[in-house]
Design a protein around this ligand. Structure first.
Ligand SMILES: *Cc1c(COP(=O)(O)O)cnc(C)c1O
Length: 421
């Protein structure tokens, strides 16, 4: 696909219906009228996508710089993933876990091997995987560590994002995520993210796990101080506490390594995975750990109707196969250097600070330029789709398949917007 702005803005039908109104307006309006307003989408209505490019109902093309919050690490419509999904649709889609299907074992084996762990528990969404990690950690606390019944504590970090279930938002410190949804589950202690000493000080005999994101994506691509993950590993080991790494957004190639924990050669006790695991096709999530941890679950104690379904396993196995080649990670690392260079050149020119790891960046916009939302709207007008977080930060996470040329083009648009060029 081409990347020039002229082609990117060319429309298939002249952008308009007979009245000169873009078709997207009607779709957008219907969506707004008939859904709960739990999102504030940019005014674009997409109907087709390929690789790193999305096309709206008026035929206008946009470079995707969000990649479904990293669910689309392998791009839209990746040929191998699509072929796998199409073939599986004709074979078998769902049995429930009441029966075993022929794609289940191979998925668990492949993902377990990728993580260097013995067992895999597949779920669907990220939030379900986090809930699973919480339940498994508590059960491990009672069955293995010997914590008194119903006294288990889990340590989390400020600025966290682990999903939207009532338990999970209960330990968020984002008022939007939390306010109005209580009462919340007890048993969580929050400590400042990046502060290993505070984390160690919060450990009690009832602490069963530390649950953190190795990089906080929703928080604005917040990278902890160097050595933090290693310290968390050492502290949790020393105190007989599980280390659960929520790699749902940071993992699976996004940062230039398979897992964000790999940057410090750290292996957590539980990997919590999601997003890109489904190849942008189906929701697939999982908790991956050794038998000493996941072995605490027995029949009837946890489950999911759709978790580990045949379509999910087929797609997930292909995703793991692609990651096992190391190619997406290598691309992310290489293009990440381009992203870093370009973004660092903007600091002091409409940008206050940038944080980059692999093909993933948090860009803090100078408030004199405008809000993050205003910058995203200006990017939209230039054919780039990106999303703000927490007011003034823009998260950039293009699909890892983006071409270097297209990446440069997207960053040209950002540069023009923030420098007023
Ligand atoms: C997106 C995300 C989740 C929640 O995943 P869902 O699939 O939306 O439930 C949990 N943790 C992190 C770090 C995430 O980025």
């Amino acid at each position: 696909m081409t990347s020039t702005i002229d082609e990117g803005r060319t429309t298939a039908d002249g952008t308009a219906d007979g009245n000169g109104v873009p078709r997207s307006q009607a779709f957008f309006q219907q969506a707004q009228e008939r859904t709960a307003h739990n999102y504030h989408p940019l005014p674009v209505v997409v109907s087709h996508a390929e690789g790193a490019w999305m096309t709206d109902v008026d035929g206008t093309r946009f470079l995707d710089m969000l990649a479904g919050y990293s669910a689309l690490n392998f791009g839209h419509g990746h040929p191998e993933l699509l072929a796998t999904a199409h073939a599986q649709l004709d074979q078998l889609t769902l049995t429930s876990r009441a029966f075993v299907h022929d794609r289940f074992g191979e998925f668990c084996a492949a993902l377990g091997d990728l993580c260097g762990k013995e067992l895999v528990l597949p779920m669907n969404t990220g939030a379900e995987a986090v809930e699973t990690a919480i339940k498994v950690s508590r059960k491990w606390g009672y069955d293995v560590k010997g914590v008194e019944v119903d006294r288990a504590e889990i340590i989390v970090a400020t600025g966290n994002f682990h999903g939207r279930t009532t338990t999970v938002v209960g330990f968020s410190d984002d008022p939007d995520a939390r306010d109005g949804f209580g009462p919340f589950s007890p048993g969580f202690t929050s400590v400042p993210y990046g502060d290993a000493a505070a984390l160690e000080a919060a450990i009690t005999p009832n602490t069963v796990a530390v649950l953190i994101e190795p990089i906080q994506g929703e928080g604005g691509v917040v990278i902890p101080p160097a050595g933090y993950l290693r310290e968390v590993r050492e502290i949790t080991t020393r105190h007989n506490v599980l280390f659960a790494a929520d790699e749902i957004q940071a993992g699976l190639g996004r940062t230039g390594r398979t897992f964000a924990c790999d940057h410090e050669d750290v292996v957590p006790d539980l990997y919590v995975l999601g997003k890109a695991l489904g190849g942008g096709i189906v929701p697939v999530s999982a908790v991956v750990a050794d038998r000493s941890v996941l072995g605490v679950l027995h029949p009837g104690q946890h489950g999911s109707t759709f978790g580990g379904n045949a379509l999910a396993c087929a797609v997930g196995t292909k995703v793991v196969e692609m990651l096992a080649s190391g190619e997406p990670q290598e691309r992310s690392q290489r293009l990440g250097l381009v992203l870093r260079d370009r973004l660092e050149s903007l600091v002091g020119r409409g940008v206050l600070a940038v944080r980059v790891r692999g093909l993933w960046a948090g860009v803090d916009i100078d408030p004199t330029v405008g809000t993050g939302r205003a910058v995203c709207e200006a990017l939209l007008a230039r054919g780039v789709l990106a999303k703000d977080t927490h007011g003034s930060t823009i998260r950039l996470a293009p699909p890892l398949v983006v071409s270097e040329e297209d990446l440069h083009w997207g960053l040209d648009q950002l540069e023009a917007v923030v420098t007023g060029g």
